[in-house]
Design a protein. Structure first.
Length: 474
């Protein structure tokens, strides 16, 4: 069942309609990716209830999210390459099984230790399933309109999943129990596990090269240190010695990884891939897209709760229009790419997102600002999704099937680091401007400064696309 992966896929411009089998494959993969996106954010609103139910000290609650982020970001590049070497479907199914079991364990947890262990396992499952699932998606659809459409739908549901997770977490916690934020994964994972083997074909190279263990060890430890440093900085400040030490260690280990890859006979990340301008600058644009939009949700959550005095559930529901914007952007991104090219789509999406973000500088202390917030987040969601789909198409195009797991692993790593990095950076800006004991006007002032920085970063992403080839997809 191994696919012919020795040849580079040729762009297809004639196939524009999905076959029946492709629709089923797409449905199965999209359900899995949507579930993973929901899982990332579903516990945010439930954290106080979990702390009260299991006896978590207030200062330790952040480990519920940190344990997940560390394992999800730290191991994603390694698992992306493992999927290439040992089978993407095999790793996809194994990761889903781990996700289902760890979700069940988390929902049944009676103490902090068991819950943290379950979150680590969920993060590892995410690190396995996300790049393997994306690689299965890119190898199931030929490069061109069909792949662009599939990646657009995947991006739309992924971003919608982040928003849905926040809303669903609040609803489940209020109506049932925080434990259902874990239990909800179990039937979905089971359903995908039952359906996937019959519709998704295995995909792996005929000849398996050796796994680059020194490279795998150095990059995994480097990413773990980097993510921990970013998370620690968001909690204790950017002057915290432990945060700075972890960030420095992460940087050193990643430099070691680069040196190892230059000498490895079978590198984890072949230098030929990193020399591709589309891979490097496409991932930079994607990093900024994930960093800015996810951290903007954090900023607006502060605004809604601390300035407008919304409840956590009401604040979550307010982001429903953002989810609608991402769905619209994902559904139309493929058409925009087909009409204008990937580079133009990245630029258009970035400019739309930057303009919508800048409009939020007009938010005030009254509820009349809610209309502006809803319109701006909807428009910004459309623009952000243009960038994300453009980034995914750019980062995975022109590579042979045997390297699709690596390409999607790099893209997933970019996604996870962007999500992890954004909130600490924006939180530090707000805290520096608002002070230790902020009033509502001070919070608004801090949020405004962070929104300005956010919009400026989006424009940096637009400039980064200038380093892409003028026609990356045609």
């Amino acid at each position: 069942m191994a696919t012919a992966e020795a040849t580079k896929p040729q762009p297809s411009t004639t196939a524009t309609k999905l076959t029946k089998r492709q629709r089923i494959v797409l449905l199965v993969l999209l359900v899995a990716q949507f579930m993973l996106a929901v899982d990332f954010s579903i516990l945010n609103v439930a954290l106080p209830a979990i702390g009260a139910g299991l006896g978590f000290p207030l200062g330790e609650l952040q480990w519920i999210g940190t344990a997940f982020a560390l394992s999800a970001a730290g191991f994603t590049l390694l698992f992306g390459r493992v999927a290439d070497l040992f089978g993407r479907r095999r790793l996809f199914l194994a990761g889903l099984a781990v996700l289902g079991v760890s979700s069940l364990v988390g929902g049944l947890a009676t103490g902090p230790g068991v819950l943290i262990a379950a979150r680590v396992a969920q993060g590892l499952a995410t690190a396995a399933v996300t790049p393997a699932g994306l690689a299965l998606l890119t190898t199931s659809f030929p490069e061109g309109p069909l792949r662009e459409r599939a990646l657009g739908l995947n991006g739309a549901l992924m971003s919608a999943g982040f928003t849905a997770g926040a809303v669903l977490g609040g609803v489940l916690t209020d109506l049932l129990s925080w434990r259902w934020a874990f239990f909800v994964n179990v039937p979905v994972a089971l359903g995908v596990l039952l359906a996937a083997p019959g519709v998704i074909r295995e995909s792996r190279p005929d000849v398996r090269p050796k796994l680059d263990l020194p490279g795998a060890l150095s990059v995994t430890l480097g990413l773990l240190a980097l993510v921990y440093g970013l998370t620690r900085a968001g909690l204790a400040g950017w002057a915290d010695p432990l945060a700075l030490g972890a960030l420095a260690l992460g940087a050193v280990l990643l430099l070691v990884f680069g040196a190892v890859e230059r000498r490895a006979a079978a590198p984890l990340v072949p230098l030929s891939v990193l020399r591709r301008r589309s891979v490097v600058w496409g991932n930079l644009a994607g990093l900024i897209a994930f960093l800015t939009e996810t951290s903007l949700v954090f900023l607006l959550t502060l605004y809604l709760q601390e300035v407008l005095d919304f409840s956590a559930l009401a604040a979550g529901l307010s982001f429903g229009v953002l989810g609608l914007g991402t769905v619209l952007g994902g559904a139309t991104a493929a058409r925009l790419i087909a009409a204008t090219g990937t580079r133009a789509t990245l630029v258009t999406g970035g400019l739309v997102q930057a303009a919508a973000t800048a409009a939020l500088l007009l938010l005030g202390q009254g509820h009349s600002s809610l209309g502006l917030l809803l319109v701006a987040t909807f428009v910004g969601g459309v623009g952000n999704m243009f960038v994300i789909v453009g980034f995914m198409v750019t980062a995975t195009s022109g590579l042979p099937d045997r390297e699709q797991g690596l390409a999607t692993g790099l893209a997933t790593m970019t996604q996870q680091i962007g999500i992890t990095m954004g909130t600490p950076v924006m939180s530090a800006i707000v805290a520096a401007r608002a002070g230790a004991h902020p009033s509502a006007p001070a919070v608004l002032d801090g949020v405004a400064l962070a929104v300005l920085v956010n919009a400026a970063l989006v424009l940096v992403g637009v400039l980064a696309t200038g380093f892409l080839r003028r026609r990356t997809d045609s």
